[in-house]
Design a protein around this ligand. Structure first.
Ligand code: PMP
Length: 389
């Protein structure tokens, strides 16, 4: 690590002449948290005025983009996975350990941030068709980034298999006792446990139990499984409907609705196709992960959302609510509205505001511009948007 004082960002003279660089000596005051970890969780539940008015139901969204480390619900997961690994001795600060993960971006950003905060290195493997701003951010966080061609999960070069292999190689070859730790968000129970222990209880408390449906997409399935398990099994809200928001091309919709992921012809196509065919990032998957399986029996229904619907919803949210959302958020909101309209007026539907549109400028928001949805926006260039990014 670079020194704070000699040649670093603060000169020793500045420090000596300053009297108030330290925290109050009497301990922490209200609103002061210990490090970036203290900015994770306890996110607001936002009433979405435009959609509540349009549907006659109450649409609430958990503002997960406000998690202060990586800016997504993955902060909760990354912190819990690290804490579990530390308790088991798999990660130890000061030993030169590296956290390895396969991710489409958000989990990597959360892990890379928290790795820095706790004295680890991060090595992230991700598909090379994800929005470039995610890997740029990872680079600036000091993570090692391997962007790989999309490959089927059966291939050793799939980004998840690559991350697993890199962790094993690190542990095997390290001359010191430093270790490689594979976080494994798709299969690790620490993922859904984070939502079972934090997101679920927060939603129950914020709604005082008046919640009729919870709607969320699944990338690993950690969010939907953890929240479903908490609301239905722990809080005993047996009647709350758990609804999967699934982008086009994902197999989970069919699994929930019909018990199989693909028809035999679709399955053939999927074997050859490496990725889910959608512009949406972070949700939609064509295999069953341990984290989705953990809560699958509790999922009551699924809504399939097209890319066009997601783009139109994202544009609606900016125009009516001043909410600049990413693509998975847009899918969640389309499914939340569709779910709300199937329920009696006055019902309360909770969904998730996953991350900000600033992570999606070069792909999702570029498409929205190309679709002409932003025509009429004021701009100095005379209304042209979505260019030159
Ligand atoms: N939104 C975004 C932006 C994500 O990156 C992810 C996870 N990859 C999700 C939603 C889905 O969450 P989960 O993995 O808990 O299913």
């Amino acid at each position: 690590r670079s020194s704070l004082f000699f040649g670093g960002p603060v000169q020793l003279e500045d420090h000596e002449s300053s009297t108030d660089l330290s925290l109050p000596p009497s301990g922490f005051h209200d609103g002061i948290v210990d490090g970036i970890e203290g900015c994770i969780g306890h996110t607001p539940l936002v009433r979405i005025r435009s959609l509540s008015a349009a549907t006659g139901r109450t649409i609430l969204a958990k503002a997960e983009f406000l998690n202060g480390a990586g800016g997504s619900p993955k902060d909760r997961v990354a912190l819990h996975m690290i804490e579990v690994a530390e308790s088991a001795g798999l990660l130890q600060p000061g030993r030169g350990d590296t956290i390895y993960e396969g991710t489409v971006g958000s989990t990597g950003i959360s892990l890379a941030t928290l790795a820095r905060a706790r004295g680890y290195r991060a090595h992230i493997c991700m598909p090379n068709d994800m929005a470039i701003e995610k890997s740029t951010l990872l680079h600036h966080l000091g993570a090692t980034v391997e962007r790989v061609d999309p490959a089927p999960i059966t291939s050793p070069d799939h980004f998840v298999n690559l991350a697993r292999r890199r962790a094993a190689e690190h542990t095997a070859s390290a001359s010191t006792e430093s270790r490689g730790f594979f976080a494994d968000q798709f299969e690790s129970p620490a993922n859904y446990e984070a939502h079972l222990q934090t997101t679920g209880p927060e939603i129950l408390q914020q709604t005082a139990g008046k919640i009729d449906a919870f709607v969320a997409g699944a990338g690993t399935g950690g969010t939907i499984s953890g929240v479903a398990k908490y609301l239905k099994e722990e809080a005993k809200l047996k009647n709350v409907r758990i609804v999967l928001a699934d982008p086009q091309g994902s197999g989970l919709y069919n699994k929930v609705r019909h018990g199989v992921m693909y028809s035999s012809t679709e399955r053939e196509g999927t074997r050859r196709r490496a990725q889910v065919d959608t512009i949406v990032e972070g949700i939609g998957i064509n295999r069953l992960t341990a984290n989705f399986e953990a809560g699958r029996e509790l999922v009551d229904d699924a809504v399939r959302v097209s890319d066009e619907q997601a783009c139109r919803m994202a544009r609606w949210l900016v125009e009516h609510d001043g909410i600049f959302a990413g693509s998975s958020t847009a899918v969640n909101f389309v499914a939340a509205v569709s779910t709300a309209l199937k329920m009696p007026p006055g019902s309360v539907v909770v969904t998730v505001l996953c991350d900000s549109g600033t992570r999606h400028l070069s792909k999702f928001w570029k498409r929205i511009g190309e679709m002409g949805l932003e025509e009429g926006n004021d701009s100095e260039e005379g209304g042209q948007r979505g260019e030159g990014e």
